[in-house]
Design a protein around this ligand. Sequence first.
Ligand code: CA
Ligand code: CA
Ligand code: CA
Ligand code: CA
Length: 439
Amino acid sequence: MKINKILLILFVFMLGLTLQACNGEKEEALPETVEITVDGEVTEEAYFSIPEKVTGVKGAVTVNYAADQTGIYFGIRVKDEKIEISKSGGLLQSDYVGICVDVKADPDKNDGISESTHLFRFDITGRYTYSVGDDYGNWEELVADKAFTLPGTETPKYELIVVEDEGYSAEIYFTWEQLGTSASEIETQNRIMYYIEHRDYNVDIKADANILSPSSYNRLVLLGDRKGSNLPPVAPEITIDGKMDEEVWKSATITNEGNFGELFPGETAGDFIAKAFFGKDGVYFGVYVEEPELWAPNGPGPAYKNCGMEFRIHVLDKDGTPLAAYKWLFDLHGPQWHETVAGGLASSFAPFAEYKYYIDGTVNDDSDTDTGWGFEMYVPYEHLNISNPDTDYIKLLHAVGSFEQNNALPESYRNNPANQDSSGAVSWDFPENYPVVKK
Ligand SMILES: [Ca+2]
Ligand SMILES: [Ca+2]
Ligand SMILES: [Ca+2]
Ligand SMILES: [Ca+2]
């Protein structure tokens, strides 16, 4: 009896110790090694345990990542059917990719480049440059040369493969030490900022301006349930798949709806609907467009001519005080460019948001008839500067566009004489008259 009691006490004591150990347990650790060979082929299994990022001009660049105790690998694959270089210009005028990495940048600050910002650029002839920011916010170019493979001594380790008429792929490996950090620091912080710059010669360039602003880079999370680029830390309450088929969408606010054919003579697109709602942890935006011809042939600059949409978002508190404002342009390849209220157009951006397209058909292929495209996006309240979702609200102009650049504005907005000039043309610049989205 006595022994049983002692055993019981011991058992409870041990259980307590175990629970304590669990609570105080260190978060997931980076693996010893991800077993990646830097040979330009992005094929190793470790690359595919974190969701990839599609970016670049017309969505031609796919970025994968893998990290271990020693450093981080980026696998970059570029679709490019016309590999070319500028005859007179250098690397920056040719088909090239640049990658910026900053392990110290804080997305909540307005950081410029600094000693923790690293930039590696390479073009399809093997020309490369490696630069690091200095104290004064300028790039200091450390090396500029030509090679398809680098051992990783003065630069990150790298190898490039170019396939004529198909594209190119590269692997780039930075040690944590090179980036000015350590594996344990990264495990604790669980975030690094990176950005991809891309030029498709004779088409367009994406993100050449944004590389000067590490706070606006993609946020990459390497460990835990929310691994990937720019995913809000709390999971969405619906499946972000672009389909808007969850029950909650039925009661969402309709922010725009109509029929392209009725609004614009000769238009081939059909019905469209845009909705939004305030959820538990963020705002959800959705759209569906009937579109027999999915076209998005333009690069980032003229992306407004592609099938897509523009969000004009003004966030206000209950007293009407502005909290945040965004102008975001999305085409079928993803976010293209944005404008801040302070002014200034940036060529591309990395909204802190989870989004997905539902492409029902084929883009830029007219050998078939398409059905349409849909989109869902979850933006955490934090990114909208909303601290009180019960009373803060959004004035939203969600303009839906077809390839012909027919931009459909909400009926209530376009029919309001206050938004029209004497010729009947509608100005987009009256946020006080935008449809309201609130809890
Ligand atoms: Ca490899
Ligand atoms: Ca090209
Ligand atoms: Ca969904
Ligand atoms: Ca098609």
